[in-house]
Ligand binder design. Structure first.
Ligand code: ZN
Length: 239
């Protein structure tokens, strides 16, 4: 493990164009569970799997049930940034990390101080009226009883990308450019099975692909360095 960590330190030390691509595993160390890995837990409490509940059509047809699941299982307002978020923010301050691309919607990278954060799946911190587009903070959702409504009467929808919805093309484009121009690409906390986001890393042209994930990923054979440790500890050791 120490050899691998030293190798990572060398890679990071030698670059000022690092891009980080992170998945749910980055946030699990802040106490936010990955809903995809825990389907079984919800079977008794919910009639549908999370992927069904978190879809656009389910939101439209069963808004109340969507919000019951969403508020109980997707929102963790007390979660704090962990060592991975802190280390990435620090590496950006030092001019080394150029972009953080995340599949998480918890806003923790920004809270830790990262500036160039590309949120592929949106943010639970923004919630938009479906009629007048008024933006509401997370507290509005948490405090509402059942479905949250705008003062205009419209239903408020979290600004997160649901299943059946496309990613924001401008964010996708920025992420593609950042990855294609990166010297070092660190992929952390994802098994790279969620498309189209995971397909992004095929745009990487460099020879320093670092995977930090506790289990195997579908890109292991392309990696130049694989670390199967805590992403928080691993990155924090490098600053
Ligand atoms: Zn409204």
């Amino acid at each position: 493990m120490n050899d691998l960590n030293d190798k990572l330190k060398d890679i990071l030390f030698g670059s000022d164009n690092i891009v980080f691509f992170g998945g749910a595993g980055v946030s699990t160390e802040s106490g936010i569970p990955d809903f995809r890995s825990a389907d079984g837990l919800y079977n008794e409490e919910y009639k549908y799997p999370p992927e069904t509940i978190l879809s656009r059509s389910f939101f439209e047809d069963n808004t109340e049930e969507f919000y019951r699941f969403y508020k109980n299982k997707m929102l963790y307002p007390d979660a704090e940034p962990n060592n991975a978020h802190t280390a990435l923010a620090e590496l950006e301050k030092r001019g080394k990390v150029k972009a953080v691309i995340t599949q998480n919607v918890d806003g923790l990278h920004t809270r830790a101080g990262s500036v160039n954060v590309l949120e592929l799946h949106g943010s639970a911190l923004r919630n938009l009226c479906m009629i007048c587009n008024e933006c509401y903070p997370l507290e509005k959702i948490i405090r509402s009883d059942g479905i949250p409504y705008c003062s205009c009467g419209g239903v408020i929808k979290p600004d997160v990308v649901l299943y059946e919805e496309g990613l924001d093309p401008s964010i996708l484009m920025k992420a593609t450019v950042a990855i294609s121009e990166a010297d070092v690409l660190i992929v952390g906390g994802t098994s790279l099975n969620v498309y189209p986001a995971a397909g992004l890393i095929t745009h990487y042209n460099g020879d320093k692909l670092v995977l930090i994930n506790k289990s195997e990923t579908s890109y292991d054979r392309y990696a130049d360095l694989i670390i199967r440790e805590s992403i928080g500890c691993t990155l924090y050791n490098c600053i």
